[in-house]
Design a protein. Structure first.
Lengths: 184, 327
């Protein structure tokens, strides 16, 4: 099965525009917001949302980077071990509204690990979750506050997000795992 | 689809680390050195936070088994393990069944029966770590074996150099003192030459490991120098080694005062090195024997930084070993 393109470059641009508007609409005090991208592809998404908000409301939203590898629940049980990278949060998160940004929400385990990592860094007044794609199949009681697109998928399918900053093009596609198995 | 591909498509950058044990760094590739350095950067970031603890090794048990006295290496490993949320048990040879004559392999099996996942071992005999690893199901980390190797010390020395210099490639690094008895010198020779540094070993002829050139080509790549000023000329890094009084019974040097007069790293001698040369020492320092106290605590000294960096590097090693030992 060939990968099916679910969102192209224009779709992603419009989706992130709408999500930025939703964030503006649901947060009265934008100055309290910190956008934190979950490595790897949450980071460019957080930057784009922040620059959209800046364009619409002329409010600067600080953007941070969160690496939650050390909070994963599967160290030693995976085929491969994630590379640990550094976390950089621009200013303190105490009392702020942190919007965690990720590309795909799937089992919810990454979001759980990211929340644990955040809580060790301080005490935000609220943590919200923004994802470009929600593909279902949650294993934990977690939901996103801002969703770009719901993509119903089966567990043997794979949803792949590519972004210009990391993959040189903007595209969301879905394909069967057996197809991806042939990749190097 | 393998999980490998799955991870890549989900945007998780994976590491290529397949070592179950860390016994020596003589077979390390450049990319393995880089990986340890990068992971140590992330760990040093954890250490700068208000909560200096992450749950990565929760539920793992780590034992330190020390047949030789140690303050910094043992406590550094213990803290590194605790910062990663592992449970730690410390055994010292003097206060355990080892003093009743239990042999090394039995001790290893006993600890494994209690569920130890990683064994951190220091032993006066070269190769003790390799022996333990052969019989152990758990991972073994060599924390110093006789005059052979002290891999985490070399890794933390390299990490400390990289914090101050843009790269190790092309640096002139002088290892000063008793390199004959020094596992620190030996591990650093491997690591630093692999990373492209020019290493000069300096000390009295009787304390230079000259015979080693016959053992392995790496020892022919380094320079041997008995004149301290010639050795220090233009150096980027000076590592003073501890004068190992406990290993000096064979009369290799006539007198410690003679050594001090000729080889102590003083500020006058240090002036021969580059003005921004780093001064390092693996500790513990014998003050005013191998290094004068004003140099040890002077502006070029990074001796205390080495200790802090050791914690980050050991956290990195424990993290990588835990992932590398999966079935």
């Amino acid at each position: 099965m060939e990968p099916v393109i679910v969102l192209n470059r224009e779709d992603i641009r419009r989706t992130l525009g709408r999500m930025a508007h939703e964030i503006i609409e649901t947060n009265k005090d934008l100055s309290q917001i910190i956008m934190i991208g979950m490595r790897t592809r949450g980071v460019p998404l957080a930057n784009r949302l922040a620059s959209n908000i800046k364009a619409y409301e002329e409010t600067h939203i600080p953007v941070g980077v969160l690496d939650f590898s050390l909070y994963r629940d599967d160290l030693g049980s995976r085929d491969l071990q994630p590379a640990v990278k550094s976390t950089s949060i621009p200013s303190g998160i105490d009392g702020k509204v942190v919007i965690l940004v990720d590309d795909v929400l799937f089992t919810g385990r990454s979001a759980r690990a990211a929340m644990d990592a955040l809580i060790d860094l301080g005490r935000p007044s609220a943590i919200k979750l923004a994802v470009l794609v929600d593909r279902g199949h949650r294993e934990l009681p977690i939901r996103a506050d801002y969703v770009g697109k719901n993509i119903p998928s089966s567990k043997d399918e794979e949803v792949q997000v590519k972004l210009a900053e990391t993959d040189n093009l903007d595209e969301v596609s879905i394909f069967k795992n057996s197809e991806a198995g042939k990749c190097p | 689809m393998t999980e490998n591909n799955l991870n890549e498509s989900r945007g998780i950058e994976a590491v290529s680390w397949n070592r179950k044990h860390l016994l020596d760094i003589d077979e390390f590739s450049i990319s393995e050195f880089d990986l340890v350095m990068k992971t140590a950067d992330a760990m040093s970031d954890v250490l700068s936070r208000p909560i200096r603890k992450v749950p990565a090794l929760r539920g793992k048990t780590i034992a330190t088994l020390f047949y030789e006295p140690s303050t910094r290496t043992r406590s550094s490993f213990e803290l590194a393990a605790k910062n990663l949320s592992a449970d730690v048990v410390n055994l010292a040879a003097s206060s355990s069944s080892i003093s009743k004559g239990e042999n090394l392999i039995d001790t290893v099996h006993t600890l494994e029966a209690m569920g130890v996942d990683i064994l951190i071992m220091r032993h006066p005999m070269a190769g003790a770590g390799h022996l333990a690893a052969r019989y152990a199901k758990s991972s073994v980390i060599n924390a110093g074996d006789g005059g052979h190797a002290h891999p985490t010390q070399a890794l933390l020395d390299m990490y400390t150099i990289l914090k101050h210099k843009t790269g190790i490639d092309g640096l002139k690094i002088v290892i000063l003192g008793d390199s004959r008895h020094s596992r620190v010198a030996r591990s650093n020779i491997w690591g630093l030459t692999a990373m492209g540094a020019s290493v000069t070993i300096c000390g009295p002829r009787s304390l230079l490991p000259i015979g080693l050139t016959r053992l392995h080509p790496v020892y022919s790549k380094i320079n041997y120098e008995t004149d301290i000023l010639r050795a220090l000329d233009g150096a980027d890094v000076v590592m003073a080694l501890r004068m190992q009084k406990e290993r000096q019974s064979t009369g290799l040097i006539p007198d410690i005062r003679e050594y001090v007069a000729q080889f102590r790293l003083t500020s006058q001698r240090l002036a021969a090195a580059k003005p921004d040369a780093l001064v390092m020492h693996p500790g513990p320092v014998n003050e005013d024997i191998e290094i004068s106290s004003d140099v040890a605590s002077g502006p070029q000294s990074v001796i205390n930084e080495q200790v802090s960096n050791g914690l980050a590097v050991r956290m990195a090693v424990l993290y990588l070993i835990t992932g590398g030992s999966r079935e």
